[in-house]
Design a protein around this ligand. Structure first.
Ligand SMILES: Cc1ncc(COP(=O)(O)O)c(C=O)c1O
Length: 401
C-alpha cells in the first residue's frame, strides 16, 4: 500500500504540477504553498493594500495589525520569548548578511569565526567576506564520515580566540541533524556568540530557539510553505543589542536632521524601507495552516517517506549516498555517471529534483565532486512520487550505465 499524504490536496501547486506530468521532489529548494497562504496573499491585495508602521488611516492600521500578527505567529512558532526578538529580513541570506555587517565592530584582527564544512553559501560567504575585511581567521570544522560535525576536532578548534560560531541545524545536502547542543556549549564556554542556520531544520519539526539556546537563529519563509521574499532572524535580547544598524531609511529611525540620526532598537530598527508586507502576512497564514496539522502525523509521514527513498537508493547498484541522511532529503551520485547527464534524463521524464553543488561548493569539493543529485520531500509528497522517481531513475541508468 503506497504512502498517501492526507495534506496533498491543500497544495494547489503540487496538484497543478502533477496534472502537467511533473513530480516535485525539490522542496528543500523551495516548498509548494497551501491554499490558505494563497488566500491570504490575494486577500491582502484585494482588500486594499497599505504601507505598515506609518499611516494612521484604516487600511494602514489594518495592514500593520496583520503584519505584526504574523510577527507574533512566527515568534510563537520559534518559541521566542518575545515578538520584539524576531526581525523580518528579505531572505535567510539577507539575515546572515545583516549579522555579518551588524556584528563587524565586535571583532578585532586575529579573532576567529568558526563555521563547519557543510555550510550553505549563505552561512559561509558573509563570514568569509567579514574575515577578509577585518583580518579575522575563518576556522572550518571538519565532518566525520557520517556527515556529522566531528566533535573531537571541534573541541580542539573552538578556543579562546573564537568570537562566533555559525553552524547549520540540518544540512541542505546531507540531511542529517547536527550535534548542536555540544557544539554550542563549546562556543559558549569561550564566551563566543552562536548563530544557527535553521533554514532546513525549521521545516522538519525542530524549531524551539529557547531549547537550542543559541544567540541567533536564521530561517526562511519560502521553505516553510510560506511565500518567498521573507527571512526570519531571531536573536536573544543581549545579542540583538550588540548589532549595529546596517541598512538605513524609512521608519527605522527615531530622529534625524541633516547631521546625524538616532535609530530604533530591534526589530523595527533592522527593517529599513517598506518590508515585504503581503508576504509577511501570508507567512502568518502558512504558520496557521502548519499549526492546524497534527505535527506527530506529519513527522511520521515524512520519516516513512524518507525511509522509502533511502531504501530504494541503497538497493541500487553504484549509488553513493552523501553522508547518512536521517530526514527530508538524500543526495547521491552514481558510479560512472555524470550528475548532469542523469539530471537531464530525470528532467525529461518529469522528475523535478535538484542537481549541482546545492550552494555548498566546498562541501561537494570535500567529497571530490562537482555536483550531486538531491531528492527532497515535502509533507505533500506521496509514496507514488518516490516510486515515479525510481522508475525514472532506473530508466535513466539503463541508458547511462
Ligand atoms: C541550509 C540553508 N541555509 C540558507 C539558505 C538560504 O536561504 P534563502 O535562499 O532563503 O536565502 C538555504 C537555501 O537553500 C539553505 O538550504
Amino acid at each position: 500500500m503506497p504512502l498517501i499524504s492526507p495534506w496533498r490536496a491543500d497544495f494547489p501547486g503540487i496538484l497543478a504540477l502533477e496534472a502537467e506530468g511533473q513530480t516535485y521532489l525539490d522542496s528543500a529548494a523551495t516548498a509548494q504553498k497551501p491554499q490558505a497562504m494563497l488566500d491570504a496573499l490575494l486577500g491582502y491585495y484585494a482588500g486594499g493594500a497599505a504601507n505598515v508602521h506609518r499611516a494612521q488611516h484604516l487600511p494602514g492600521e489594518r495592514a500593520t495589525r496583520a503584519f505584526e500578527a504574523s510577527r507574533e505567529k512566527a515568534a510563537r512558532w520559534l518559541n521566542a520569548p518575545d515578538t520584539q526578538q524576531l526581525i523580518f529580513t528579505r531572505s535567510a541570506t539577507e539575515a546572515f548578511n545583516l549579522l555579518a555587517y551588524g556584528l563587524e565592530q565586535h571583532f578585532q584582527a586575529g579573532d576567529e569565526i568558526v563555521i563547519s564544512a557543510l555550510e550553505h553559501h549563505a552561512n559561509l560567504l558573509p563570514w568569509q567576506q567579514l574575515a577578509l575585511r577585518r583580518q579575522l581567521k575563518l576556522v572550518v570544522l571538519p565532518l566525520a564520515s557520517d556527515g556529522l560535525i566531528d566533535l573531537t576536532q571541534a573541541a580542539q578548534l573552538i578556543g579562546p580566540r573564537t568570537r562566533l560560531l555559525a553552524v547549520s541545524q540540518l544540512s541542505n545536502v546531507l540531511g542529517c541533524w547536527q550535534p548542536l547542543e555540544p557544539l554550542l556549549a563549546l562556543a559558549q564556554a569561550q564566551g563566543a556568540l552562536t548563530v544557527v542556520d535553521g533554514t532546513q531544520g525549521v521545516v522538519h519539526g525542530r524549531h524551539d530557539v529557547q531549547a537550542l539556546g543559541c544567540d541567533f537563529y536564521v530561517c526562511s519563509s519560502h521553505k516553510l510553505y510560506g511565500p518567498d521574499g521573507v527571512g526570519l532572524l531571531y536573536g536573544r535580547t543581549h545579542a540583538l543589542q550588540q548589532l549595529a544598524h546596517w541598512q538605513f531609511g524609512g521608519e527605522m529611525l527615531l530622529h534625524t536632521d541633516y547631521a546625524c540620526a538616532t535609530f530604533r532598537a530591534a526589530p523595527l530598527g533592522f527593517e529599513a524601507g517598506t518590508p515585504p508586507i503581503a508576504a509577511v502576512i501570508a507567512l502568518g497564514a502558512s504558520l496557521d495552516y502548519l499549526n492546524s496539522l497534527d505535527a506527530h502525523a506529519v513527522n511520521i509521514h515524512e520519516l516513512a517517506l524518507h525511509a522509502e527513498l533511502l531504501n530504494g537508493l541503497q538497493q541500487r547498484q553504484g549509488v553513493r549516498l552523501l553522508g547518512a541522511p536521517n530526514v527530508a532529503l538524500a543526495s547521491f551520485v552514481v558510479e560512472g555517471v555524470h550528475h548532469a547527464d542523469l539530471a537531464h534524463l530525470l528532467t525529461e521524464q518529469g522528475i523535478a529534483v535538484r542537481a549541482g553543488h546545492h550552494c555548498a561548493m566546498p562541501l561537494l569539493q570535500g567529497f571530490g565532486l562537482s555536483g550531486a543529485i538531491r531528492v527532497s520531500l515535502g509533507l505533500y509528497n506521496d509514496g507514488a512520487d518516490v516510486q515515479r522517481f525510481f522508475t525514472a531513475l532506473d530508466q535513466a541508468l539503463e541508458l547511462l550505465q
